[in-house]
Write a protein that binds this ligand. Structure first.
Ligand code: ZN
Length: 308
């Protein structure tokens, strides 16, 4: 069993069980509840009567202290069972309660250290379950304490995801394309919602006069223009609909807050002689080619909206 190469400072504590009685398969992240350097933290863990320690500490400057060799059990989490199998890490706080924020440098080093611990100990994946059953655990699961504090706590899911991304070869997980859900108002009523290209919104031959659209995991902004007339104000998601009930629109533009491409395709001309116009991805009222879907003067009676 080895220690991390990331260590900048070593001061071994007497508060430990040597060796640990379980192979390392967990990581427990703590906060120092103070802005201590790795040296100060080392002094605390070697103070007679402290009866507390951790395997590692990380200062707000991103330096790493070693206080208990990984082959030994540190006294950190108030759980013999947890600490015999976990590497414990104390992280300095650059802000006090209530946030117990940690610096970006400390956070970045925490990710590096977790990755390194996993690699050297054959931990294939960090699992954050929100309780002691996962292998990324919190002090508060074992004792009545605020540790690791709201800030670190809020990032546990992200810590597991980022470390796992690195462990799996550094490839970013394939991002899921948000599903667009939308509906139009035509012939005096809201027609059913449709998603992506599973079906189109509208009824051929019935002019659409309003549009609702939203996307799971993204924010949509969109506008429509009155048939032969002006553009109406931009709306966001389902805070309001775009359009005026009963007044047909002939142009539509949609954009996503994330910057992902949104495709919009309009149908004009009714059931028998109608046609789908080319799909567009722009958001520009003065670009008739790709800035919006539709043709000025031709009421829209069908719509497809999807993202990529
Ligand atoms: Zn703690």
């Amino acid at each position: 069993m080895s220690n991390s190469n990331l260590v900048n400072y070593t001061k071994l504590s007497l508060f430990k069980n040597s060796p640990r009685n379980h192979k390392i398969d967990k990581i427990t992240i703590h906060h120092m509840a103070g802005d201590f350097s790795v040296e100060t933290c080392g002094n605390i863990f070697t103070r007679i009567g402290k009866n507390g320690s951790a395997n590692y500490g990380i200062g707000s400057d991103g330096r790493v202290g070693l206080y208990v060799n990984e082959c030994d059990r540190a006294w950190t989490s108030g759980s013999r069972e947890n600490d015999h199998r976990a590497v414990t890490i104390e992280v300095a706080n650059d802000c006090k309660a209530p946030s117990w924020h940690v610096s970006d440098k400390a956070y970045a080093k925490l990710l590096d250290l977790c990755e390194d611990i996993c690699r050297r100990n054959g931990i294939e994946k960090l699992t954050f379950t929100g309780d002691a059953s996962g292998n990324l655990t919190m002090h508060k699961y074992f004792q009545k304490t605020a540790c690791p504090g709201p800030y670190l706590e809020s990032r546990f899911g992200e810590i597991a995801a980022e470390v796992n991304r690195r462990l799996s070869g550094g490839k970013a997980p394939a991002e899921k394309t948000p599903v667009v859900t939308y509906q139009v108002y035509a012939n005096g009523r809201w027609l059913p919602n449709v998603t992506d290209r599973s079906d189109y919104a509208g009824n051929f031959g019935q002019s659409a006069s309003a549009l609702f659209a939203s996307a799971a995991g993204d924010t949509l902004y969109y506008r429509v223009a009155l048939k032969g007339g002006r553009w109406l104000p931009e709306v966001k998601d389902r805070e309001d609909f775009a359009g005026n009930l009963g007044q047909p629109f002939d142009r539509v533009m949609v954009r996503a807050a994330s910057g992902r491409k949104v495709h919009v395709q309009a149908h004009v001309g009714g059931k028998v002689f109608g046609r789908w116009l080319p799909a567009v991805t722009g958001y520009n009222a003065s670009d008739a080619k790709n800035g919006y879907a539709g043709n000025k003067g031709q009421a829209i009676d069908g719509l497809y909206i999807w993202m990529e």
